[in-house]
Design a protein around this ligand. Structure first.
Ligand code: SF4
Length: 351
């Protein structure tokens, strides 16, 4: 993301680097000219829970001395165009002080271990149906009971809504009257194209889906004796990823996800996964919950990832599903339902 200021291209990353430099020079933001206490500094940028003087930062990034340009609108609009929160210093400072207060609370009172225990306990007891939502009640049982159905859903996932992707095998079975890989093996790509066109709801990239299904089916029949469970049973995570990635349209991201989903759906634990390096994938729910719990400083992806690492360093991604579900069920953006929330007793409720 970039914009121009007096003919100079200003990139968002450059602004963040200038803020990092500012943090190093002034560990407490007010060490810079006591600017929070002086009325001549009217505006502030708020980022990662800290305040920054806009003219100073813009001067650092653009190379123009701060005396060469005006504060206020001329400066602020540069930061707004780059997606930063900028505004009245006093209003933002009140929020900053609240954050500092909450940070103290987090450090002094909130027991990270208790939070971890609660999240892991919730995660362990979480119904796997939550992880495999479907549009039809019977579709869930199909993907859990039939490894071929499970593999079809995994291979056809292209950033689609989860409930649709886990329902696609059910739609295919309903249309064909079976989900037998040996029979589907004999269908041509054009037969499969027609099949996908008939489905009540179609996967994303419907033109690529027939070839993906055909290649998966050939693999299952020819390499695994028509038993898709053999793709992962008795195999390492590395082998499973390589198998999935050999199928048309399945990239590294899907193959990585497949391994985690297999562990979630079946009593399988891969010993060769480097779990310490497996982070959460932050979304609005996980970021909000981690912030309100008092573990992350601000609702940002970076802070959420760091917060999850601090809660569960041996496997940060393990708490992803629990955070997501807590955000969806109880920790709503407005009117969070704290009473029945499983985190109630350990949450500082920062909202
Ligand atoms: S206790 Fe309330 S604020 Fe805390 S995570 Fe639960 S719903 Fe959110």
């Amino acid at each position: 993301m970039s914009t121009t200021f007096k003919g100079v291209i200003i990139k968002r990353e450059a602004v963040i680097r200038a803020m990092d430099d500012f943090d190093e020079c002034y560990p407490s933001t007010n060490q810079y000219d006591n600017w929070l206490d002086k009325d001549i500094y009217k505006f502030a940028i708020r980022y990662r829970g800290r305040l920054y003087p806009p003219k100073h930062i813009l001067s650092e990034v653009s190379g123009f001395p701060a005396t060469d340009f005006g504060g206020g609108k001329q400066t602020n609009c540069v930061f707004r165009q780059l997606g930063f929160e900028v505004g009245n210093k006093r209003a933002l400072n009140t929020r900053y002080e609240n954050d500092q207060k909450f940070a103290e609370v987090r450090i002094n009172e909130v027991d990270i271990l208790q939070i971890r225990d609660k999240l892991l306990s919730f995660s362990t007891n979480m119904d796997s149906q939550i992880l495999f939502p479907t549009l039809e009640p019977d579709a869930y049982q199909l993907v859990i009971d039939d490894p071929y159905a499970f593999a079809i859903a995994v291979c056809l996932d292209r950033g689609m809504k989860a409930d649709l992707i886990w329902t696609i095998p059910y739609y295919i079975k309903n249309d064909l009257g079976h989900l037998d890989p040996r029979k589907i093996y004999h269908m041509s790509v054009s037969d499969l194209e027609t099949l996908f066109q008939r489905l009540p709801k179609k996967p994303r990239f419907v033109n690529a889906a027939p070839r993906t299904l055909q290649e998966l089916t050939i693999l299952v029949v020819e390499e695994f004796d028509a038993d898709a469970a053999q793709i992962w049973e008795g195999k390492t995570a590395g082998q499973v990823k390589r198998t999935f990635q050999s199928i048309f349209g399945v990239g590294e991201g899907i193959a990585n996800m497949a391994v985690l989903l297999i562990e979630a759906a079946y009593p399988i634990r891969f010993n060769d996964l480097e779990r310490t390096r497996m982070d959460i994938k932050p979304d609005v729910h996980t970021m909000r919950v981690l912030y309100r719990l008092g573990v992350s400083e601000v609702e940002s992806e970076r802070d959420a990832i760091e917060a999850a690492r601090s809660i569960n360093p041996s496997y940060p991604g393990e708490i992803d599903g629990a955070l997501w579900e807590i955000g969806r069920q109880w920790c709503h953006a407005s009117n969070p339902n704290c009473g029945p929330c499983p985190m109630n007793s350990v949450c500082i409720k920062r909202f």
